[in-house]
Ligand binder design. Structure first.
Ligand code: SF4
Length: 381
């Protein structure tokens, strides 16, 4: 099996009981059927406790959550009783894997770590250099090929490299890179079912082409005047999602209030925020790595680009609102917002699906609107 990982992956280590936002609270713990069957077979008092906390569901079973949505096996020292009673190898798949995200494409498995974990977020964001990826092979036999179109897969792999290059082009400011990336994804989407992807990829590799394209987009969208209205509509959408942590609605209300006040101090906070453009660059690269290639399963590439740009915009907006409220915006504040956003949007299948649905339905999430927000609002001040 070929394994692809981001270069920071090997440095990740869970800090368990020391964690400020343990992944063992706040959401459902899905228990795969194999682990569930094993837990039901454990003898003695601990087996009784396991059985009393398991509920059967069709695909995966679940533990009954306790107060504050804590896993029933998370003890008062924030350590896992299943780990200490039965051993690390007896954790269910969810707990073994988290915060790793894993996607398989034929004989290639891509693994990363999620921004919803505070340690992962810090590890990713503290790098100043552009993030690179590594590939190695292990002896694992491929258990089953997924049904993907090989031609499309290789084209999307090449397109993803170009997308990384656009987003890691440090000669351009971050919102300009995001606009070019979105524009690239829109062009690819139009041809995804034909054989025209390689021509588009060549165009967006060409420095002269992308400069001229960017100038056209800046001319077209820098006078966009509906950004505030669109952003308020975005916030309504985010508010309507099921929420996991109480910090999330507070963050959304702060952002709403900030827009309604006319985004004061926008220039100062934007300067402070954009001093660390590379953190936003890593954010885009994270989303591209995690989602872009999944278009091979559903042909829906543009929505993956919308997801990445939405994360960037929400991060910028929330950062500016944070600065306005606290007169400061530190690295810790930055990764706090990223962690909250990731937890709420990436770790609920329902929320992610709802976001994709709204991306297709609402004009506020259209290509035009996203470009207008990125180029014509105070976010780019
Ligand atoms: S969120 Fe990350 S550091 Fe915290 S307990 Fe989970 S894996 Fe460990």
């Amino acid at each position: 099996m070929k394994i692809r990982i981001p270069e920071y992956y090997k440095d990740f280590e869970c800090i368990g009981g020391e964690c400020i936002d343990t992944c063992c609270a706040g959401w459902e713990v899905d228990v795969d059927k194999k682990s569930s069957a094993y837990y039901k077979s454990v003898e003695g008092t601990f087996g009784d406790r396991l059985r009393s906390m398991l509920v059967d569901y069709p695909v995966e079973d679940r533990f009954i959550l306790q107060d504050n949505a804590r896993c029933p096996f998370l003890n008062d020292r924030n350590l896992c009783d299943i780990y200490s009673e039965l051993g690390k190898d007896k954790l269910c798949e969810t707990c073994t894997n988290f915060p790793r995200h894993i996607t398989e494409f034929g004989n290639t498995r891509e693994i990363g770590i999620s921004l919803s974990c505070p340690i992962a977020a810090e590890l990713i964001m503290k790098r100043t250099q552009p993030i690179k990826f590594e590939m190695y092979e292990n002896d694992e036999k491929i258990s089953g090929y997924n049904d993907i179109d090989a031609g499309l897969y290789y084209n999307l792999c090449a397109a993803r490299e170009t997308a990384y290059n656009i987003c890691q082009n440090r000669d351009l400011q971050i919102n300009h890179r995001a606009v070019l990336f979105l524009d690239f994804a829109a062009a690819l989407q139009k041809k995804i079912k034909s054989s025209g992807l390689s021509g588009i990829i060549s165009d967006y590799k060409d420095e002269t082409f992308i400069r001229s394209r960017l100038n056209k987009l800046i001319n077209k969208y820098s006078k966009y005047r509906k950004a505030d209205i669109s952003l308020l509509e975005w916030l309504d959408t985010y508010k309507s999602l099921e929420h996991i942590k109480n910090e999330w609605p507070v963050m959304l209300s702060d952002a709403e209030e900030y827009i309604k006040k006319g985004m004061p101090n926008a220039e100062n906070s934007a300067i402070l925020i954009h001093k660390r453009d590379y953190e936003y660059e890593h954010l885009l690269v994270y989303y591209i790595y995690r989602y872009f290639l999944r278009a091979v399963f559903d042909d829906r590439l543009f929505e993956k680009a919308q997801l990445a740009c939405a994360a960037l915009i929400m991060q910028e907006l929330s950062g500016m609102a944070w600065y306005d409220k606290n007169n400061d915006f530190s690295f810790v504040d930055q990764i706090t917002i990223m962690r909250i956003y990731s937890k709420e949007t990436e770790h609920s299948e329902e929320n992610l699906e709802e976001l994709y649905t709204q991306f297709h339905k609402k004009k506020a999430f259209s290509c035009k609107s996203i470009m207008g927000i990125l180029l014509g609002s105070n976010l780019g001040a």
